[in-house]
Design a protein around this ligand. Structure first.
Ligand SMILES: Cc1ncc(COP(=O)(O)O)c(C=O)c1O
Length: 383
């Protein structure tokens, strides 16, 4: 059997050292040994988020991080602008509604990025807006938004910009302070290259003034209390010891390697995937493609029903797990992740096996040729 490969846009393949750390015997979270690991990890997160502000760790998935960002900044009845360019933009809107916000959805066609000018005009006409919610990368469409431009615009207003960076942080540059982001959220199973189970949240100084007084009830996600606990060298509740130990390893690696180099490696995977995919006749779905995940439109000859089956067939016969489309893109696209521990061999194998799977579904593709082109491209573009 060929080796299994996981190239989903999260969860991702783990570094062998992360796997080793996760298998270590448990230690208690109230020990000097763990205190030291936590202190390192919290400081490494500030490096990763590129912020002077504290970054918090929640034992939750990424959606918990989104909920935390909202309950800490929202007053029931607040007017909120949600940029909805896919499934996860809709999630922002739903969470804000659950907590009593008046949500104005700004619908963006799937695969398009939001126009910063439109947001600027909206905020001019609606100065009562308290929060602007967006993804940095809308994973369901593999599309990046211009967060730098949005940061400049929202900074001129009284509103806060909350950015779901779950498939951005650790995958491409998103400097929180420099880009004037008021709330940034990350998830462990994506650019942070760990298993699912942690989310990360940080707020700007502008946001902290709101956090202190926001009226939405909060208990587990009360970041005022978490801040006090972190200042005492602890997490507010039991720490996810194994995951935080592995996090500390990943953050040290990133600090040693340097973020620029790390982002270059991920961009190379994205560039490779886009080039070889197009050689196979697959076109890009997004008009503003992300480096963390690529979405390919399936050829017109493949029906929506076959599009769903193709992904399963690829996994069952060729042992490669990638993702298909969600909601309106179901059966129409394939999404390949570029985050995590990925070797050149994984990339060559993924593309040549994908060629074989497409061939099984009637496409005229020579998988040996794709393999050859993949090897050549990676050689010519080594870092
Ligand atoms: C952009 C984005 N936001 C939110 C989520 C939800 O994260 P989780 O499934 O960890 O709650 C995901 C997960 O795929 C995502 O990609």
């Amino acid at each position: 059997m060929s080796n299994p490969i996981l190239l989903a846009p999260g969860p991702v393949q783990l570094h062998p050292e992360v796997q080793r750390i996760l298998a270590q015997p448990m230690i208690h979270h109230r020990t000097p040994e763990f205190d030291c690991i936590l202190a390192h990890a919290l400081s490494g997160l500030k490096f990763l988020f590129q912020t002077e502000q504290p970054v918090f760790i929640h034992t939750s998935t990424g959606s918990g991080g989104m909920e935390s960002a909202l309950v800490n900044t929202l007053n029931p009845g607040d007017h909120v602008l949600a940029i909805v360019s896919g499934k996860f933009g809709e999630r922002w809107a739903e969470i804000a509604e659950v907590y009593g916000a008046h949500v104005h959805r700004l619908p963006i066609a799937w695969g398009d990025a939001v126009s910063p000018e439109v947001v600027k005009n909206y905020l001019k006409e609606n100065p009562q807006t308290k929060l602007v919610l967006t993804q940095a990368c809308e994973t369901s469409t593999a599309t990046v938004h211009d967060i730098k431009a949005l940061g400049e615009i929202v900074a001129q207003t009284n509103a806060l910009l909350l950015v779901d960076g779950i498939t951005a942080v650790g995958a491409f540059p998103i400097p929180m302070d420099e880009w004037k982001i008021d709330g940034l959220i990350a998830g462990s199973q994506k650019g942070i290259m760990l298993p699912t189970g942690l989310s990360f949240v940080s707020f700007s100084k502008k946001a902290w003034a709101v956090v202190e007084t926001a009226k939405t009830p909060r208990y587990y996600f009360d970041l005022r209390k978490e801040l006090k606990a972190n200042k005492n060298g602890e997490t507010l509740f039991s720490s996810a010891v194994s995951l935080i130990k592995a996090l500390d390893f990943v953050l040290k690696e990133l600090q040693t390697k340097d973020l620029k180099q790390h982002f270059k490696e991920i961009k190379r995977r994205a560039d490779f995937t886009r080039t070889i995919g197009q050689l196979m006749g697959l076109s890009l779905y997004s008009k503003s493609p992300s480096d963390s995940v690529t979405a390919f439109q399936l050829p017109a000859s493949i029906t929506t029903e076959n599009g769903v089956q193709l992904r399963t067939h690829f996994e069952k016969k060729y042992h490669v797990t990638i993702m298909g489309g969600q909601d309106q893109a179901k059966g129409k696209i394939l999404r390949l992740g570029h985050m995590g521990y990925i070797t050149d061999h994984d990339m060559i194998e993924t593309m040549s096996r994908l060629a074989s799977a497409l061939h099984d579904f009637g496409c005229t593709i020579d998988s040996e040729k794709i393999k050859h082109e993949s090897i050549q491209w990676l050689k010519a573009n080594s870092l």
